[in-house]
Design a protein around this ligand. Structure first.
Ligand code: AMP
Length: 401
């Protein structure tokens, strides 16, 4: 079965076409600057040359039409006909409390995603645009939605509630939801497979650290705690996001600096984290370079990032009364040997022992970076959210037949 996986943002749309007989990627690509007259479509068919096309793409329906044209193009295509696509999987950021797993798209499912616009005003509306666009271009083809929050719906009430008046939860569903669930679920499963141990027996801490970053405590295969909250701002220090702070900082700063709600939101989401402390960059590569060159601001940013990450790992070991496996994934987790080394250096009390040479190797494959003596297995596992969505889509479409 051939499946298209779509990740629609407000002005961008990423896609991957899978052949699920062997889970191979037939083509992938990206449409950028949707809504502008110089939109860019980059199409990478596997085994053929990448092509880029600049044209006017004003909305998502046109974007998907252009993608389908490329997928069936004589020169750059990989399909004889659009009819070969048997299902489409969509990434949706917020599934609220309604979605505990991926779901087949129905009018009710779309209505529920719309009801959640309040909780994810930047992310859920483009997801609906992506679904509508795919329905318009491929009538009759089933659509499946996979939610970033769904994996964390197993969290206990004591974990997901904030200690604030409960009426706010009852009225507005103010609680912790988490994010990056597809990635945390994927890497925890791959970790168990790699170690050849039943996931039911394992306490795993998955560190998805990229531009956005979150940690999850996965016990027996389910998420028992995760560091993101009502929105993806809570938790770790990130590229441009603050992560945890005293909530009073918000009201205090709003008052002193006469900031509006949107200004303070922008400060915390776009102008904080590594960028704010280094004053130079949100990219861990620049921060690490600055740290190695002895630059004080980059050094402070690096140290704060690593310290906060390590504290969260410690707290999740406490949450699960132990940890068997620590997994590093996403841009920083997969690529930054120095972040992994410095973090693990201070986890010796847990029995973590890193093999510094193994840690330096890059392979793009799941791999162990701890020593045989280490009490905790430390793994690097490249995440693959698209594949996880494709697998869910296949499963749900087959079940619904
Ligand atoms: P992601 O959001 O998972 O795509 O991660 C993107 C981030 O990964 C970038 O902003 C960088 O901070 C980080 N990154 C990518 N490559 C490296 C590297 N070689 N060393 C350190 N950080 C990296």
């Amino acid at each position: 079965m051939k499946l298209l996986v779509i990740n629609a943002g407000s002005s961008s749309l990423k896609y991957q076409l899978y052949d699920m007989t062997d889970e191979s990627v037939l083509a992938k690509g990206l449409v950028e600057r949707i809504g502008m007259d110089s939109s860019i479509l980059t199409h990478k068919p596997t085994g053929k040359e990448e092509v880029t096309e600049v044209s006017e793409i004003l909305e998502h329906t046109t974007a998907i039409r252009k993608v389908l044209e490329k997928l069936t193009d004589k020169e750059h295509g990989v399909l004889a006909s659009v009819n070969e696509i048997q299902a489409v999987g969509h990434r949706v950021v917020h599934g609220g409390e309604a979605f505990k797993g991926s779901a087949l798209v129905t009018p009710e499912v779309k209505a529920e995603i719309r009801r959640l616009f309040d909780l994810a005003p930047l992310h859920n509306p483009p997801a609906i645009m992506g679904i509508n666009a795919s329905e318009a271009n491929m009538p009759g083809v089933p659509n499946v939605v996979a939610f970033d929050t769904a994996f964390h719906q197993t969290m206990d009430e004591k974990v997901y509630l904030y200690p604030i008046p409960r009426v706010l939860y009852k009225k507005h569903r103010v609680r912790r939801y988490g994010a990056h669930g597809t990635s945390h679920q994927y890497v925890s499963r791959v970790a168990a497979e790699y170690l050849n141990r039943p996931i039911e027996d394992l306490k795993i801490i998955t560190c998805h650290i990229g531009n956005g970053a979150s940690l999850t405590a996965v016990k027996g295969g389910v998420s028992v705690d995760t560091s993101m909250g009502l929105t993806p701002l809570e938790g770790l220090m990130m590229g441009t996001r603050s992560g945890d702070l005293d909530p009073t900082v918000v009201t205090f700063v709003m008052n002193k600096e006469e900031l509006s709600i949107s200004e303070v939101n922008s400060m915390l989401n776009k102008h904080s984290g590594l960028l704010a402390i280094s004053g130079s960059s949100s990219d861990m590569r620049d921060i690490t370079d600055g740290w190695e060159a002895g630059k004080p601001n980059e050094t402070l940013a690096f140290e704060m990032y690593e310290y906060r990450l390590r504290k969260y790992i410690g707290s999740y070991a406490a949450a699960m009364n132990g940890v068997d496996v620590i997994v590093f994934t996403a841009g920083v987790g997969e690529n930054s040997a120095i972040v992994r080394e410095k973090t693990c250096e201070n986890l010796s009390y847990l029995g973590v022992e890193l093999d510094k040479e193994l840690n330096k190797i890059r392979s793009g494959e799941p791999r162990r970076i701890s020593t045989p003596n280490s009490k905790v297995e430390v793994l690097v596992i490249p995440t693959n959210e698209e594949l996880m969505i494709a697998r869910d889509t296949l499963h749900i479409v087959q079940e619904s037949k």
